[in-house]
Design a protein around this ligand. Structure first.
Ligand code: IMP
Length: 200
């Protein structure tokens, strides 16, 4: 059985493939199916956007599809950028580095520590059927200097306080033990196994 990972974000795709590697199913990406669709994230919650993405990819492919919506919420910015993390800088061509710089500029007059957490909601959609949602969080702190080369997005400025390393200083294997996405995917795992059993 094939399960579609409904994302065009290479960083997310790599992490999802690694976390779900032991599923008894073939994990495929939109590109591998020749699917070139862009889903507008017009929802105001992670759940709405994850459902929109998984639903669109599932309709286009006819496959059981998993998609996530995720973001970084900073306490002293009342949860910003949150669900808008990807669009924090409204320019469509903005880079991850520019978004990190923009966030740091917004934080520059706020007292530290800049407590924050990543959140991820995973939606699992069965074609013509159910939607199931799973959540995961990872708590830490935004720091003003970039550290580490791994990961993507806000990883270089997100510090895991108890180990004093940024998310970008972790190997993918280490990140996949602690990340919001890993926690949400691990919560989804038993439901995915059941769907695969039912379909095979
Ligand atoms: P979306 O889920 O496609 O809306 O994108 C979420 C955005 O949040 C990404 O483009 C990143 O900027 C940020 N983000 C989500 N998860 C992570 C992560 O694991 N590391 C760093 N940034 C992340």
């Amino acid at each position: 059985m094939k399960i579609l990972l409904g994302t065009n974000n290479d960083g997310k795709l790599r992490e999802m493939r690694a976390i779900l590697a032991s599923l008894p199913a073939e994990l495929v990406s939109p590109a591998e199916l020749g699917l070139d669709i862009y889903v507008e994230e017009e929802g105001s919650t992670y759940s709405e956007n994850a459902t929109l993405k998984a639903g669109a990819y599932s309709r286009a492919s006819g496959l059981i599809t998993l998609a996530d919506d995720s973001g970084l919420a900073v306490d002293c910015l009342r949860g910003e950028p949150g669900v808008y993390s990807k669009r924090y800088l409204p320019r469509p061509d903005a880079t991850d580095a520019e978004r990190r710089a923009y966030l740091l500029q917004k934080l520059s007059d706020k007292p530290r520590p800049w407590r924050a957490h990543f959140h991820c909601t995973v939606a699992v959609v069965v074609p013509g059927g159910t939607v199931r949602l799973f959540d995961g969080d990872c708590f830490g702190e935004v720091i003003p200097e970039e550290r580490g080369q791994n990961g993507f997005g806000y990883d270089p400025i997100f510090l895991l306080r108890d180990i004093n390393r940024t998310m970008a200083e972790l190997s993918m294997e280490e990140k996949n033990h602690v990340s919001h996405r890993a926690r949400a995917l691990r919560a989804a795992y038993p439901a995915l196994v059941r769907l695969i059993d039912e379909g095979s």
